[in-house]
Design a protein around this ligand. Structure first.
Ligand code: AMP
Ligand code: GLY
Length: 422
């Protein structure tokens, strides 16, 4: 079948790579893609905010499945438009995508369904949010309600930090996303991510992963989209995964179905493993980036079969098979990221890394110019390796990083440290 994948990051390169290796895939189109994706698929320019243009493209190119990578087009209702046009799409409706688009919506759903999560309040003005902080004290967590590119959360260690975060939201730092604020209790524990594909009724647990959000070694410095990841997450035992499926994922799927807004797509649960068990920190309605890269590296099953089973409501008959090895990815970013950085610098040495079956360099922000590869974003490459242990995967990934010639790039040197310490 012909498939259209929407997106341009490392996550989409990993998805394109997994979709392209399915014997069922005839032509894979990616809009807009990047220099690495161009090696697996046909990259096309398409304005994804123009839903009728996407529908026209699908009709003209006999697209039988659309896979949406990032959250913004989902929150914007692209899946609804495609579905109405009779085109099969993997990704939730705008109503179900509120799980990521509104933190208050998710907290209310958790309250209704009895899902373990931090106690919270929703506030539409600074005075009442401040009063809640006064009453509860610090540490406490302040979150802009809407999509804020991962920057809308402040874990405040003092009341003053919490007041500052509240004022920033209501003074418009995050635009409309900060018009409402969620203030919640601070949870203590280790974080892990669980990925589950859903067909509206059934959830099929994929693998677990952990990422490194801070820019600097030892988990220091500002938050980023993610500087590296590995799968599986050793903190998530099979028993904890079962508990998270029973207490968090299943009630979420059931509640959305009962509300008439069934969830089809991937549920990415950010979990805190507390001494009471897994608690929900947040939901995303897409694969994590760079967590998707390590998942796709370990996936043995046919991704087209799995995503189609989700679209068709047959996940109860599906099974996902994983390689036993650990996968680990190191993000190479442009110097200055997550602040300002230069674009257009040249990356050399990638061709030499193509023959190792235990290694894959996914492109995140790259473009090609004749036969040169140029950096074209903050996070630029994801050097991803398999190994029989975290240490082996880590060594293989960093050995490859050492062979990439890109003086304007940097990476963390300790991806996987938490797993190694165990
Ligand atoms: P979020 O965007 O909601 O995942 O939050 C970003 C990060 O803030 C999470 O990955 C956690 O490290 C931290 N965080 C969010 N909520 C809490 C909480 N209630 N307690 C402790 N840390 C939190
Ligand atoms: N790596 C974190 C995210 O995808 O949101």
């Amino acid at each position: 079948m012909n498939i259209l994948l929407i997106g341009s990051g490392g996550r989409e390169h990993a998805l394109a790579w997994a979709l392209a290796r399915s014997p069922r895939t005839e032509t894979l189109y990616v809009a807009p893609g990047n220099a690495g994706i161009a090696a697996e698929a046909t990259c096309i320019a398409l304005d994804v905010s123009d839903h009728s243009a996407v529908i026209t493209f699908c009709r003209d190119h006999d697209i039988e499945l659309v896979v949406v990578g990032p959250e913004a087009p989902l929150v914007d209702g692209l899946a609804d438009s495609l579905k109405t046009a009779g085109i099969k799409v993997f990704g939730p409706s705008a109503a179900a995508a509120r799980l990521e688009g509104s933190k208050g919506f998710t907290k209310d759903l958790c309250a209704r369904a009895g899902i373990p999560t931090a106690a919270y309040g929703r506030f539409a003005d600074a005075a009442s949010a401040r009063a809640h902080v006064e009453a509860n004290g610090a540490p406490i967590v302040v979150k802009a309600d809407g999509l804020a590119a991962g920057k809308g959360v402040v874990v405040a260690m003092t009341r003053d930090e919490a007041f500052e975060a509240i004022d920033a939201c209501f003074e418009g730092e995050f635009g409309a996303a900060g018009a409402e604020v969620v203030v919640e209790a601070f949870l203590q524990g280790e974080e892990a991510s669980l990925f589950v594909i859903c067909d509206g009724r059934t959830g099929l647990a994929l693998a677990t992963a952990q990422d490194h959000k801070r820019v600097g070694d030892g988990d220091t410095g500002p938050n980023t989209g993610g500087m590296g990841a590995y799968s599986p997450a050793p903190v998530m035992t099979d028993e904890l995964t079962r508990q998270a499926m029973d207490e968090i994922i299943r009630p979420t799927i059931d509640t959305l179905a009962a509300d008439g807004t069934p969830f089809v797509g991937v549920l990415y649960a950010g979990l805190m493993i507390t001494d009471k068990g897994p608690e929900l920190i947040e939901y995303n309605v897409r694969f994590g980036d760079p967590e998707c890269q390590v998942l796709m590296m370990r996936l043995e099953s046919d991704l087209v079969d799995l995503l189609e089973a989700a679209c068709d409501g047959h996940l109860d008959e599906a099974k996902a098979v994983w390689r036993d090895e650990v996968a680990l990815t190191v993000v190479l970013a442009a110097r200055g990221y997550p602040g300002t950085y230069e674009k257009g610098t040249e990356i050399r040495g990638l061709a030499d890394l193509e023959d190792d079956p235990l290694l894959k360099v996914f492109h995140a922000g790259t473009r090609s110019q004749e036969d040169r590869i140029l950096a074209n974003g903050g996070r630029v490459l994801n050097v991803t390796a398999l190994g029989s242990s975290v240490a082996e995967a880590q060594a293989r990934a960093y050995a490859a990083v050492g062979r990439i010639d890109w003086p304007e790039g940097f990476c963390r040197t300790d991806i996987g440290w938490r797993a190694l310490k165990r």
